[in-house]
Design a protein around this ligand. Sequence first.
Ligand SMILES: [Zn+2]
Length: 441
Amino acid sequence: MVVSMDGLSEAERDSLGGLPNFSAFLRRGTGIGSIETLYPSLTYVVHATMMTGRYPDGHGIDHNHPLQPGIPANHQRWYWYARELRIPTLFDIAKAAGLRTAAVLWPLTAGARIDWNFPEIAALPGENQTLKVLRSGSAAWLLALQLRFGRYRRGSEQPALDDFVSRCAADTIRRKRPRLLMTHLIALDDAKHRYGSDAPQTSAALKSLDVCLGRIVAAIDDSGLTPQTDVVVLGDHGHIDTRRLVRLNRLLVVAGLAGVQEPSGPTAPSSDRGSRVKSAVPGKDLPVWRAWFRCSGGSAYLHVRPGDTAAEIQVREIARKASRDASLGIAAIHTGAGLAGLRTGSGSLCALDAMPGFRFIEELDGPLVEDAPEPGAFGADHGYPAGAEEYRSLFMAAGNGLRQGADPGLFAMVDVAPTLARLLGLKFEACDGTSLDAILP
Ligand SMILES: [Zn+2]
């Protein structure tokens, strides 16, 4: 059983011992290990690695969403579908070995070959959420879960969603007894994004995760599955509080390289640094772009239309100049071999790191930079390069397949999948990581 707690990081390490279910889990499991996250440290990139053991250039998920210049965030499609992955996942190799599998709100599972599949997928404006989930998951089982536990859910509101998801996971363990179940809880990440790392709502979210963990462990115990079940709890990235928003694409608007053309209106790009150039509304406006910053909060990819050499020369100069402007908070620019070394496979011209507290966002609407009116007003974000100690994710595990009290130490995100595979008695054909022998018997 794998429980991914989105955003669980070193920031939470000292609080876990004071929570009843985490502390009980740790008493019977390994110590708390640290995972160095990936580049870019986005949820879908990391979850793809958790279930494949490959870097993004191997599994093909380079961001939460594909490149969609000019499209507002709530209209952008994400990498929801399993078909976006280039290689087999832990679900695939488990299924091939004849093991029963279940996913409860695990990213990148829409349309996957999983016995009981509740995919994480969102309706775009004009789409029906329920139909979209039913079409891409195990419809009959999903309807049964909705009937049993739907009253606990209020759309995507947290912590009600995690409450619902953990009830679904516990019920699936009791009724279906899958050999592999992977579930994704989001309340902590949600609270940090909204309120910041140190907000009371963030502490409350951690407490709600403790309740969810207790519920899942109780389902395993009640079902008599404890002797043959290993439970892994882990996070995907840390968060850093946002002091300033940076709308990098405004630099491209000013240079005439990006904007929106309204079908009947005047032609953008414009040279205005203000807010006249709006993001596109799909079906109404036509995004016009020759270059685009695909932003990840703490980092960004700079893309140029293939073959547009003139734009490429222009944006290299724009990026160089921007990196010397301290107000934009660009910590580093990766190109050539440095970019390849990040293993993103993104096909971008370069990648930019943000300084801590600066957040790169894609939207065109609004000023180039915008400061938080008060601390915590813009919440926190991730996407920053791995490395800082407080930004590492946590890992802990318990079960007969693990050495009680063993210290997992510090390891790489690519080591998670081969470790999970070994717990199931399986192996990946190709993998960038190695299993954590320190915690395995
Ligand atoms: Zn995440």
